[in-house]
Design a protein around this ligand. Structure first.
Ligand SMILES: [Zn+2]
Length: 287
């Protein structure tokens, strides 16, 4: 019995390290760091529940990436290939989901990713859970909101060329969001400086605005990758990307990476605050 449990734990542990190669989001380390920073800026009157469960909320902010293992619909809830819809600011795509489906068909809309609508859906679920003071559901939806909002702020979650596969930058997704960040943990953590969260009138529209903000960095990131490589050197396997490469990639992306991580934390805190206000500002202490 004990052996089986140990084996299952070992398998789950191994799976955690295999998952990032599936290009699901920020790396796990980054998600947890952003979520922790989001808790820190909540106003005192809304903060108690989040502080009380800070470890759990931070740890579980990666859960939507794990849901994908049991739900083949999950993957497309983490991104939107917004540049599939004409030119910036991609007004071809109706922001209303039903109007988008009427125009493109449900299959196509789903295929291109649905993260802004997913954020709005999770905000509604979180609001309902807060009204009911349902601790289990509150943690589930608090972490889900955090995850999808954070994913939006990763620039490659907003473009068709999400892994540099169309521009000679294949593999940049995990090199950037995981290996580069984890090679500079102290500096990255210090760069996450969220602002005071704000009430959000319309979660869907806010999510689309974050998509556009994030999108503008995607090209910079691809150029930074090309620029970080030594001309003439072969980069055929992950081992070819050495510490010099990651140092240069970080140097070339540091400013907007800090900005996006900080904005992700501010946006996450703003969503939580908004759900709490919309739930009627319930007293969530002691849960
Ligand atoms: Zn994700």
């Amino acid at each position: 019995m004990k052996k089986t449990t140990y084996f299952l734990q070992a398998a789950a542990f191994a799976a955690l390290f295999l998952l990032p190669s599936l290009l699901l989001s920020w790396g796990f380390w980054a998600h947890k760091a952003i979520t922790r920073q989001a808790i820190s800026v909540l106003p005192a009157e809304a903060k108690a529940f989040f502080v009380e469960h800070a470890d759990s909320i931070s740890e579980k902010s990666i859960d939507p990436d794990l849901w994908r293992r049991h739900d083949d619909k999950e993957g497309n809830r983490h991104f939107i290939d917004i540049d599939n819809y004409g030119a910036y600011p991609f007004a071809d795509l109706p922001r209303d989901y039903n109007a988008a489906v009427d125009k493109y068909g449900e299959e196509q809309v789903y295929k291109m990713g649905i993260v802004p609508w997913r954020v709005a859906e999770m905000m509604d679920s979180l609001t309902t859970a807060m009204k009911a003071r349902d601790k289990k559901l509150m943690i589930r939806y608090t972490t889900a909101v955090a995850h999808y909002v954070e994913d939006i702020h990763m620039p490659l979650h907003t473009v068709v060329n999400y892994d540099g596969q169309l521009s000679g930058n294949k593999g940049i997704h995990s090199r950037y969001e995981r290996w580069m960040l984890e090679a500079h943990p102290e500096d990255v953590l210090a760069s996450i400086q969220p602002n005071t969260p704000q009430y959000i009138d319309n979660a869907r529209d806010a999510a689309f605005a974050w998509v556009l903000d994030s999108f503008i960095w995607a090209d910079n990131l691809l150029h930074a990758d090309s620029h970080a490589k030594v001309p003439g050197k072969s980069y055929s396997s992950r081992e070819d990307y050495d510490s010099d490469y990651y140092a240069k990639l970080y140097q070339n992306t540091r400013a907007f990476t800090g900005l996006q991580l900080s904005k992700a934390a501010t946006a996450t805190a703003s969503c939580w605050l908004t759900a709490w206000v919309n739930a009627g500002k319930p007293d969530l202490s002691g849960l």
